[in-house]
Design a protein around this ligand. Sequence first.
Ligand SMILES: [Fe+2]
Ligand SMILES: [Fe+2]
Length: 270
Amino acid sequence: MNRLREDFHREFMTFFERAERTRRWNIFNDVPWERLEESPRDERLALCAETFCGVEMYLPDYLRAHLELMRGDYGRAWFAANWGYEEAKHSLALREYLHRSQQRTEGQLHDFAESVLARQWIPPYDDGRQMTVYGSLQERTTFVVYRKQRELAQKLGDSVLAEIYRFISRDEMAHSRFYERMLLLHLDEDREGTLADIAHVLRTFRMPAADLLSGYDERIAVMRTAGIDRRVFLLEVIGPMLRALGLTRHDLPGPGRERGLWSPKKDVSP
Ligand SMILES: [Fe+2]
Ligand SMILES: [Fe+2]
């Protein structure tokens, strides 16, 4: 266990150094806001941006769960603090976009925040390692979702929103890589138990919080236009994640290998 703690800390320092040296971005200076004047408005893009802004807004709940589960683990707790700072920028950037592009008023955004925060997100697992698997899947899924939204924004000529999604998706990929590094350490320490946790989370995974937002059905319908279905989830989320861990689905124990996950029907939209 001591070795694992030391390894976690080392991984965190690597993550943090890379973030500080190569990945920091600034909402006020780095987003090309001046281009908003020439950007077309598209309500589908605005509704998606608002939805992601809402999902990112459950940050206090995510952070609380993270810190409670990782209590006493220095490397993981410091990661949570840094991760929280990066995630805070995601909802703020999208909020700024909605406001500066005049697609939402200050009043609407405050009402939205209030309705979002009136509900609480409950972590789906109470085990740190399972939450690490969950984190890795969730971050990779948001990476794919933001990448697709970026492509859509580009296609529709909204270069400001496209640039915001570029910054955010780069952060999400870095987060998922960190969680994958954690899982590699867990696999080294307890391969069987970690494989069982991966299989379990893959079978039961749902994206966080989107179903807590009001107007969920309408949001999901709009997001599907550039969204993520089961095929994309298998090919672009689970496949790359397992590869990054040096695994195939045949390494996983239990029913996830034969059915359910691999011919899934459930909705994973964010
Ligand atoms: Fe995020
Ligand atoms: Fe993230």
